[in-house]
Design a protein around this ligand. Structure first.
Ligand SMILES: Nc1ncnc2c1ncn2[C@@H]1O[C@H](COP(=O)(O)OP(=O)(O)OP(=O)(O)O)[C@@H](O)[C@H]1O
Ligand SMILES: [Mg+2]
Length: 282
């Protein structure tokens, strides 16, 4: 039996008809070695599910999504906005793969530019890649928004998880087979301290390793508002900056680039709310 076949055999619980048991029809001489062989399958060590499979799967309800205030463009695949996220995903994956990176911060110059909107829709687009693993973490402790955007309920605050008190499997949820999310239940004003915390970096590193994730997206607070994002930059490989086509100024973008320079790589600037007349979502 091939190694792959053996793994499938063990995972299925070793069905009786597949066991090498000799029939005792009197035609063959009694063999003392046969009885232990028949009992052996039940003694095989069970294959433990990996960490990804142990994360609780939750129904991802289209009706709940519709009630969420934040539009999820994945519901309208033909929409220009959905196509834009798929294009962004492809370009991002290309860059990450070329550089061997996985951890991407999503942030903006100011509040309300669409960081959560972009992070959630990009995560859903990434999760459509077959057999992939995407993690979306809501690291905006001042205004957590990913749970509401997804129409989901957070199992608790992320601070306990980042400090190492709460286990990965108890904090993360899987709304899709290819997507795990770390949601935050309530605002916490100690954001910078949590993100600076001694255990935060180790917990996130361990999470990505154990889950064997392809991409981890971190929804962060605005760069120019608090120092939370700056505190978190050492944990990421690059930053996607979301600019609001209706309000972000060139001076704000320049200030962000100056702040990020030397700390992390700028993966790109995404122009949100760019085509007001074209998209029914705007
Ligand atoms: N392109 C878009 N089309 C339609 N609505 C949008 C778009 N971008 C953002 N919004 C809406 O604007 C509001 C603010 O967006 P979002 O929550 O993503 O901002 P944010 O940058 O995460 O804000 P904060 O800094 O407070 O976390 C939300 O209600 C969201 O639904
Ligand atoms: Mg947000």
């Amino acid at each position: 039996m091939s190694e792959q076949g053996f793994r499938r055999f063990r995972r299925r619980g070793a069905p009786a008809d597949a066991m090498p048991i000799a029939a005792d029809d009197g035609s063959s001489p009694p063999s003392p070695s046969i009885a232990p062989a028949a009992a052996a399958p039940s003694q095989l060590p069970a294959t433990l599910p990996g960490s990804w499979d142990r994360i609780r799967q939750v129904p991802f309800d289209a009706a709940a999504q519709a009630q969420a205030r934040l539009p999820l463009v994945s519901r309208f695949r033909a929409d220009p906005a959905a196509k834009s996220f798929d294009l962004l995903r492809t370009r991002l994956l290309h860059t990450l793969k070329a550089r061997g990176w996985k951890r991407v911060a999503v942030t903006a110059p100011a509040a309300g530019c669409g960081t959560t909107f972009s992070a959630v829709n990009l995560a859903l687009s990434l999760a459509r890649v077959p057999d992939s693993r995407t993690i979306l973490m809501d690291m905006n402790f001042r205004r957590p928004g990913a749970a509401r955007a997804l129409g989901m309920t957070a199992p608790g605050g992320l601070a306990g998880f980042l400090s190492g008190r709460v286990q990965l499997e108890d904090q993360l949820l899987r709304p899709l087979p290819t997507l795990a999310v770390g949601l935050n239940s309530a605002a916490d004003q100690d954001a910078a301290e949590i993100l600076h915390g001694r255990s935060c970096a180790g917990v996130l590193e361990d999470m990505i390793l154990r889950l064997d994730a392809d991409t981890a997206l971190f929804d962060l607070p605005p760069v120019l508002e608090h120092d939370d994002t700056a505190a978190f930059l050492p944990q990421v490989d690059g930053v996607l900056l979301i600019a609001d086509g209706t309000s972000t100024t060139a001076a704000q973008l320049a200030a962000c680039e100056k702040m990020l320079a030397g700390h992390t790589q700028m993966l790109g600037v995404v122009l949100n709310r760019a085509r007001k007349a074209d998209s029914p979502l705007n």
